[in-house]
Design a protein around this ligand. Sequence first.
Ligand code: PAF
Length: 291
Amino acid sequence: MERITTVRALQQRADAERLAGRRIALVPTMGALHAGHLALVDEARRRAQFVVVSIFVNPAQFNSTTDLAAYPRPLEADLAACVARGVDAVFLPTADELYPTGYQTWVEVTELAKPLCGASRPGHFRGVATVVAKLLVAAKPHFAVFGAKDFQQLALIRRLTRDLGLDVEIVGHETVRERDGLAMSSRNVHLTSETRVQALALSRALGAAQRAIDAGERSRTALEARVASEIARSPLAKIDYAELRDPESLALAPERLTTDTLLALAVFFPKAGGDVVRLIDNAVLHVPKEN
Ligand code: PAF
């Protein structure tokens, strides 16, 4: 497996692959790879002969220096996981390589970045959009694969590539879950045995909302209350947001649901040492058409 550290070297590698008629797939990550990331790698492999995984903890998308410092960085284990999965190249840029002195160009997706994680993490999506644009320019992939757990991020990246006319297909991959339903996340390492159990509140709430719809509930307010009460069954959980929104525009859903609707959740749990870990999860709830 090749290790590439500069944009120039990755571009030259990509040019050679393209010249040889090989298809390139990029899996952008911040490392701390888990089975969810490896499913993205497998998806990349199904589509391309040259699979690149980027591992870069992007400072521009963190709005707290403690969160950035606490982000797990198990590089050797990540590299071993990539080798085992048959990754062709890992891109490991330094922060200086992507944001050299004098750097001043930012990519902003305006509307889709406003609600949900954009509201609670100001500047986060500007950092995501910018680094993803830079990674696409560096790796020149035919495909870039992202997990659907970060639903808003995926929507925003699709918009960004359409708006900028980037010649890449964005592939979304369904959320990979632990056996008991917890969505896989690099942040799960911060859960204690107690909060690990309580973190099931998120997937439980998604299931409860779908069941309520299946039983005939269509009121947004009633469904949001149902979700809040399900999450309250985990007493250490504190809701950041729990909202029903349009899956395309991310606009707030109407009071009476008539079409498939996104339920997006972000919930805080206490971390050892007094800090908090924030977990997200989501599902597009199926709302049967009315006759
Ligand atoms: O989803 C992530 O891990 C990050 O936001 C991404 C897409 C790699 C950009 O840093």
